[in-house]
Ligand binder design. Sequence first.
Ligand SMILES: NC(=O)c1ccc[n+]([C@@H]2O[C@H](COP(=O)([O-])OP(=O)(O)OC[C@H]3O[C@@H](n4cnc5c(N)ncnc54)[C@H](O)[C@@H]3O)[C@@H](O)[C@H]2O)c1
Ligand SMILES: O=C(O)[C@H](O)COP(=O)(O)O
Length: 530
Amino acid sequence: MSFSILILDNVDPLAEKVFEERGIKVTRNHNLSGEELHQEIKKYDGIVVRSSTTVSADLLKSAENLKVVGRAGVGVDNIDIEAATAEGILVMNTPDGNTVSTAEHTCGMILALARNIPQSVDRVKNGGWDRKKYMGTEVHSKTLGIIGLGKIGAEVAQRMREFGMTVKAYDPFASVEKAESLNIELLELDELLGTADFLTVHTPLTEKTKGLVSLENADKLKKGMYLVNCARGGIYKEEDLSQLIDNGYVAGIALDVYSQEPPNEALYKQLKHPHIISTPHLGASTEEAQEKVAEQIAYQMSDALEQKNFKGSLNGKSISLITNKEVQPYLKLAEILGSAAIQLAPENANNFSFEYSGACAQYSDVLTDSILKGMLSHHVSESVNLINARHYADDRGLKIRETKVSDTKTFNDLITVTFGEDADYQTISATVFGEDDYRIVEIDGYGIELRMEGDIVMYQNVDKPGMLAGVSGAMAKQGINIGALSLGRTDKGSNAITAVSVDKELTEEELKPIIELDGVNALKYISLNN
Ligand SMILES: NC(=O)c1ccc[n+]([C@@H]2O[C@H](COP(=O)([O-])OP(=O)(O)OC[C@H]3O[C@@H](n4cnc5c(N)ncnc54)[C@H](O)[C@@H]3O)[C@@H](O)[C@H]2O)c1
Ligand SMILES: O=C(O)[C@H](O)COP(=O)(O)O
């Protein structure tokens, strides 16, 4: 299969090189209008972006063939991941390709801020000299407060410690071990705000981090401290920036990122403040970082399109297991079982439980996605895959309970789907023999053994002579050939369940004479033809 990629932002040409080496066609276009992009995107299997292109729900809807969105960088706030997930489109980024560059830029901003470097350079360029005006402050022996002790935060910490700074951090999700290994004391947020001489943020922009510093909590800041933001615009409330300085809370602010890029007029006005220094989102703009992220994203996207590896995927946690050879038979088993279960289940059933026993239980997460995929492909007109299966399940209000059992009893692996207490059929169990022999092994407690493929007629009957002859006779009369059958019963003469595999797809008309046979109850026709 040949794939095609559209590069939309200023991504290093190494990306093209990698895609082309992998036999993937690449087009580069940075100048499409919104309308043109909506049309153009239809042709591609993948797009590559940085932070300049907004990948909205609307755009993703137009992207009929799109399978993967690749972000050559870290932040994916310009990509509607939820919408991509709903469309079954993989989103991937390169989480560490620009870490060092951004950490170095942050350190540069801290020093530039402390020593008024941008302002004084500007002054000299304009023929001035003001040595007194640009008196600075040492960072040595000062406290650096880091909010967000992730990849970049940790790199900044190590570098600034070499400048003699004491580093403290606030990150409710960071482990104490990690902080200890970096020799960093973790503090509560307010404590950090009151301690830091320089405060730098390295978190994503979330409901919790938006406006983390503003006039509202400025009283908590150590007086005369400095603020640095090379993470995402809006973590310090942008409307309050100049007042934080003019009201004496903060001595200076360094920014690389803005809530709107390029900034709007009001924000530009703030950026003119003599104690605010700013760069145009340059954290990742080094040749080294751009080469790394371009190369990484191209490899990752090529691998994902070829279903080889899903490293870096943000919305396909489970599909990374697809390439694991050991998981593949279980995935297929789960999908066919899901398909069989939904055809046996009563209409509108919405409570399902999935039980996994044996070796397959360790993959229960992805197997649940696969059962759901099998179930939902009967009900959802959009294409369901392992990325969007749970989204559709939630959307339809399906309630799923998942259990794992270590005792495997008769089979090495067994998956059981249960779907309703008062229904004609309530539960179905299946296993896989070898690599691809998928079998139903139990229905409602009746032992059955039938390959899960093709067309299957299932019915309940009283266990009495002549039942099978009646059914096979009705089939023979209509030229329906039986391929295999399995009969399960509890005790002699009680009820039985019969599963008959037939050689062709059956119509309602062809099923009618079988349904009408005396003693045949709860007939269900299951098609497992995909
Ligand atoms: N300026 C640039 O060009 C540039 C380049 C790369 C990354 N970034 C941005 O830098 C930020 C950090 O990137 P990273 O690679 O270090 O990410 P990361 O995921 O490695 O680290 C983020 C850290 O923030 C912490 N965090 C999340 N919510 C928090 C909260 N409410 N309070 C405190 N800590 C919280 C997380 O626990 C995590 O440790 C991201 O926003 C990213 O988009 C900017
Ligand atoms: O999140 C990121 O990777 C950085 O903000 C860099 O963005 P950019 O690729 O647009 O420079």
